[in-house]
Write a protein that binds this ligand. Structure first.
Ligand SMILES: [Zn+2]
Length: 82
């Protein structure tokens, strides 16, 4: 009777350990498959003002020729010490 009880306890513990291991494995797989940190590709590329060197989103930059500037004034002033 005591031996049967011990077998049941061992079975429960074994099942619990297997389930815990499976949960950990699936979580590790999800974290490995979807790295969300450090992926700024959704907001658009950051560009550097050719005059002052300020970084800003490309959508907010003024493009003049092949250069981009942070403001209308810097676009007028042209490339600086940048
Ligand atoms: Zn600027």
């Amino acid at each position: 009777m005591g031996r049967l009880f011990l077998l049941v306890v061992l079975a429960v513990v074994a099942i619990w350990l297997v389930r815990r291991a499976l949960v950990h494995a699936s979580r590790a797989k999800q974290e490995g498959a979807a790295p969300e940190a450090g992926a700024p590709s959704t907001q658009g590329d950051l560009v550097k003002c050719a005059h002052c060197g300020t970084h800003l989103p490309f959508a907010e930059a003024r493009a003049v020729g092949d250069r981009v500037y942070c403001s209308e004034e810097h676009a007028r002033l042209g490339p600086g010490r940048g």
